[in-house]
Design a protein around this ligand. Sequence first.
Ligand SMILES: [Zn+2]
Length: 487
Amino acid sequence: MLTPAARAIFLAFALAIVVACTGDSEEPGPGDGGAVPGIQTATPALTATPVPTATPVQIVGVRGAAQLDNPVFPSLGNGGYDVSHYDLDLDIDPGANTLDGVATMTVIATANLLAFNFDFAGPAVSAVEVNDEPAAFTREGLELTIEPANVIPDGSEFTVRIIYGGTPELLLLPDFPIAMGWTPFGESVMVHGFGLAWFPINQTPSDKATYTMRITVPQSLTATATGELTAAIRSGDTSTYVWEVTVPVGGVAFAVSNSELDSIPGPDGLNINNYFPSGSPEALKERFDIVPEVIELFNELFGPFPYDSFGITFLRGPLPFDGFSPSQRAFLLSTGDRLIVHEIAHQWFGASVTPILPSDNWLAEGFATYAELLWIEHTSTRDLSDDAARRMRVGISNTTRPPAIANSGAEVLDRAAYIRGGLTLHALRLELGDDDFFDVLRTYAERFRHSAASTADFISVAEEVSQQDLGQFFDDWVYSRPVPPLD
Ligand SMILES: [Zn+2]
């Protein structure tokens, strides 16, 4: 159903991180996105509520918005603040299927706050502190509402510490076809999709942040996560793995499994830190020997790799997708070249430049799908990639929805996002010629690096670089229902 290609679904999120691939997709979050027909975006509203019993010096506070105007996932994202850093201390026991967490966020207020929300669907919260003082909190649905003892002044930096623990559950959002979050399998566990399933987060690509994750697991297991491993500390019968993400990202993920590191050199000094199940045969590891060449190709076509390191965690388990790609790491369950290529392309499109709204998800999945054709072209000929594009065009219905108009969670992951989105890029290449087309991709990747972008943003870059009015082209390809011919 949601996987157009035979391969499956990859969730890549960038923010979401969630996302998947080849038939896969990702999920963006809300934001303030610019003019996308049919979708109203707006700045989060703040509801003014006077602070009771005001004294002459008391600041009037407001309640930060509990949601942004994301038409597909309306409860995601919050207003009134901006998170700069998440510090996640996670104690995981896969045998008991439990997670005990302490999440400490460094936050900047963008209003005088008497209350604010995080998105959270994880296990029981036992305490919340704001600036090291106990704070009142309530939970309802996906919202964790926090009321600090004192109003937080606009512009000030503050810390929020949330202590929680128990058995997280898989998260299934209304109308969204894939359960996300905490996923045990065998003696292992992994998390994928929206982070709110396992830690409190402002779940929107418009609020990216840096991360520190300290993941404590039984000594027989390894925690692999997004970012770079900066320490592995043994203590008694556990090990603590410290993973740092030093550029702003929309989400993170990890897996706890019996795995071993296998590093290979990447282009331009990039470290590629792959993890495989312990005892994996060399033949399996060799399937990933293409990774440096894929990155080198995309460095040329898309611009410099957006992160300081990369790695693949290969897993064996009954998980609902083939792979997904948060920043700096792809989690894969099979080994096909196109899957590997697709997930690596998400490092540029999805992880670094994150679609700002669900209806912009073709900017992740369409781009990663088209990257597969670019790899075919690199390893064979342009004729073969052109043929592949023609087959994709023949294989989709003429009434496949326009990629930039999505009204449900299911549509975020459909063939329109992957296939019609990818074909849109191929058609744009035919329209502009190679020089301008790849200049558009590089300019877009550079301008919105470590940020979020809308369909309108991409169109704007394409028109600027090509010096052409592409209004009719994009109306036909991403906003109108009939699928245009390719030639
Ligand atoms: Zn994908």
